[in-house]
Design a protein around this ligand. Structure first.
Ligand SMILES: [Ca+2]
Ligand SMILES: [Ca+2]
Ligand SMILES: [Ca+2]
Length: 279
């Protein structure tokens, strides 16, 4: 009985903490991702955990990573509010003051801003005029201003930094439906991705379109990337079409031979120890 009561309480807490979600996650056809605003006034660390506990169409959520003007604007257009206020996103400079990185989602670990200056590869960080100001005892977490008016000198769509103990109006969750291996961002793993992997073989992964690429930052384009393309051949970012995962038979044969050839030549190069072939 005690256990049952405890369980009921647990479920109630979970329900309360679920917050108020936007009606349904909105779909961004430009990248195949879904977004939703959870109006639950929580601290950033809790928001991060709650976002990662959510799923949509089988895709795990994460605090949104707004890596381009287009993505930021889509969120404002789709989830903007009638009153000003900030929602948490996945940016933080908690590890090193002023070095702002995405710490959630596929872009986790990639720096996007130094102080208030956007840096490559995204070159996008629309801070409010006074932000990030690391106010008071320090502010290490980013939020986007969703309201129409200027709030704390930050306009709609602009970002501010805030303390981890501050409760924002809620948090923005992103669900990335892009399958691993969709390196050119077409929404499907196919010939275009295979071509990209072969063109960049051995080179640093960074020239590939980041945001879609699920590689370890700084790593070379290599066997694991080829495996992703072959393993997810035919996978598409559009959830209703997901499941078409099998590799067409003739292609599978060619692809496997190619994979074997590349692995073989690489092992030869490794054995020869010629550093000039390495990326
Ligand atoms: Ca994103
Ligand atoms: Ca800071
Ligand atoms: Ca601030």
């Amino acid at each position: 009985m005690i256990l049952r009561r405890a369980l009921t309480l647990h479920i109630l807490v979970a329900l309360v903490h679920g917050g108020v979600a936007s009606a349904t996650p909105v779909f961004n056809p430009a990248n195949g991702h879904h977004y939703e605003l959870i109006e639950d006034a929580v601290q950033w660390t809790d928001a991060r955990a709650l976002a990662e506990a959510r799923t949509h169409n089988g895709s795990p959520g994460y605090l949104a990573t707004l890596t381009s003007f287009a993505e930021n604007q889509f969120v404002i257009d789709a989830l903007g509010r009638t009153t000003p206020g900030f929602a948490w996103i996945g940016g933080s400079d908690a590890d090193a003051e002023g070095a702002w990185r995405w710490v959630t989602g596929p872009e986790a670990g990639i720096r996007f801003s130094q102080e208030r200056t956007p840096v490559a590869p995204f070159n996008f960080a629309p801070w409010g005029v006074r932000e990030p100001n690391n106010f008071g005892a320090g502010e290490h977490f980013a939020g986007v201003q969703l309201g129409p008016a200027t709030f704390d000198q930050t306009q709609q769509g602009q970002w501010g930094d805030a303390s981890g103990t501050l409760n924002f109006i809620g948090y923005l969750v992103e669900y990335g439906a892009a399958p691993v291996g969709d390196y050119n961002g077409s929404g499907q793993v196919d010939q275009g991705d295979l071509d990209l992997v072969l063109q960049h073989w051995g080179a640093p992964g960074d020239p590939l379109p980041i945001g879609w690429v699920q590689y370890v930052p700084g790593a070379a384009v290599e066997q694991s990337d080829l495996d992703s393309v072959l393993g997810n051949w035919g996978e598409t970012a559009v959830p209703t079409l997901r499941g078409a995962t099998s590799v067409p038979e003739p292609l599978a044969g060619v692809a496997l031979m190619l994979a074997w050839y590349l692995a073989f030549t690489r092992s030869v190069r490794t054995r020869v120890g010629s550093a000039r072939f390495r990326g």
